[in-house]
Design a protein around this ligand. Structure first.
Ligand SMILES: Nc1ncnc2c1ncn2[C@@H]1O[C@H](COP(=O)(O)OP(=O)(O)O)[C@@H](O)[C@H]1O
Ligand SMILES: [Mg+2]
Length: 393
């Protein structure tokens, strides 16, 4: 059974007149890998700082193992933090960087005497950590001789050597290149499972969040938008913000005509969603990979291809349906200008309630122009009229 370890109860944070966290409610289970995901400025780091004890909420409470810890200072919490900037000591070697926290005298169980860990124990624990982060044999190396990825491993080892119950990781892989980041994602997941501790991970990278987490918390504007497993968040986004932030989504105005019947573009489609009011206005998500391309006369909808981008695994095509542009991913090549039909299975629709985010996301009208703009170094917006379609012939 999952056991609750940390709870943020109605946490509100305000700086001057700005609301930074707006009544956050969240619990984190023991041994869980939980990720806070959202755009820059949405309040992820602030949430971590509350848990780490570096910031007190303006109002609301934080509990650890059922005990209120609002007033417990950071070093007395069973929590450690790994930052994007490694903050290693450049003048100490790898061994001493990791051993640093272990060498600080600590009060013994009677609470009266300061004691030091025996050197042998320190050595044993540091070497064990080096093995866990795959840096066996690196103990004498200087920090400056290490790559970025290796430095990050040292900072992870240093945070873990004190055996915290919870590790807070604030965009720890942000400075690494893509390939290394992917390797480190797997490593971190393995370390978390091997050590059996709780990870609270912060990222703005949705792919990273989906790949690593047991639970994803999607945030925007200081508010939690959705909490769920990666599959929940992807397949059942709660609103247009979540649908757009996690993966690619076409988001279309629709009307629920009945349970499992949704209308878009004045046509009715079978879907799996139910429980809406009759004729309720809704947002309908259709993922680019859930659209099948068929001959024009067999399509449920018909459209015209306006741009094609080769992506290796598939083509990303933009298709104009009655003035609204969709992104569709397909392995069939459809040239620009071709007329196609599409079919969508009932489970290809996901119906959401209208929200403050309705109408803001999920239309790919500007996609092709943006794409041309970044791919064309000589791009001149003034001359756009003259060269329209020039790259597509
Ligand atoms: N000490 C502070 N004083 C005033 N505003 C702050 C402070 N720290 C963070 N903020 C603001 O709070 C918002 C959320 O910040 P942060 O939690 O760092 O976001 P994230 O980590 O999601 O990018 C941002 O708008 C930021 O400018
Ligand atoms: Mg941050």
């Amino acid at each position: 059974m999952a056991k609750e370890l940390i709870r943020l109860s109605d946490c509100f944070v305000q700086f001057d007149d700005d609301i930074i966290l707006d009544h956050l409610n969240l619990y984190i289970n023991d041994h869980e890998f939980l990720t806070l995901l959202g755009p820059s400025g949405c309040g992820k780091t602030t949430t971590l700082r509350l848990i780490g004890g570096f910031l007190k909420p303006t109002s609301g409470d934080i509990f650890f193992d059922g005990v209120r810890i609002n007033d417990v200072p950071p070093h007395k919490r069973a929590v450690n933090t790994v930052f994007q900037k490694y903050a290693l000591f450049p003048h100490l070697n790898v061994f001493e960087n990791i051993a640093f926290g272990l060498r600080i005298p600590r009060t013994d169980s009677s609470g009266k005497k300061k004691v030091r860990l025996p050197e042998e124990e320190i050595r044993g624990r540091v070497l064990e950590m080096l093995e866990i982060v795959n840096l066996k044999g690196f103990e004498k190396r200087s920090i400056s001789s290490l790559s970025g990825g290796q430095q990050q491993r040292v900072s992870i080892a240093r945070a873990l050597v004190n055996e915290p119950k919870v590790l807070l990781l604030d965009e720890p892989l942000g400075a690494l290149d893509l390939r290394l980041r992917k390797d480190m994602q797997n490593e971190l997941k393995r370390i978390q499972q091997q050590m059996g501790i709780t990870f609270i991970y912060v990222t703005h990278d949705q792919e990273e969040a989906l790949a690593m987490s047991d639970t994803v918390v999607v945030m925007d504007g200081g508010k939690i938008q959705q909490i769920g497993t990666p599959e929940d968040i992807y397949n059942e986004p709660k609103n247009a913000f979540v649908a757009d932030f996690i993966g690619e989504s076409n988001i279309i105005d629709g009307i629920m005509r009945a349970d499992q019947v949704v209308e878009i573009f004045n046509r009715r489609f079978q879907c799996l969603d139910k429980g809406f009011q009759k004729d309720e206005a809704v947002d309908v998500v259709i993922r680019p990979e859930d659209v099948d391309i068929v001959p024009e006369d067999q399509g449920q909808l018909r459209g015209t291809v306006t741009s094609v981008t080769f992506k290796g695994m598939q083509y990303d095509i933009i298709v104009d349906f009655y003035g609204f542009k969709w992104l569709i991913q397909t392995t069939d090549f459809c040239p620009v200008g071709s007329h196609i039909g599409i079919k969508i299975d009932p489970d290809g629709f996901h119906v959401m309630k209208k929200s403050q985010y309705s109408g803001l996301f999920g239309d790919y009208s500007s996609y092709s122009e943006e794409y041309e703009e970044i791919s064309d170094v000589d791009y001149d917006p003034e001359a756009e009229e003259d060269q329209e379609g020039g790259h597509e012939e």
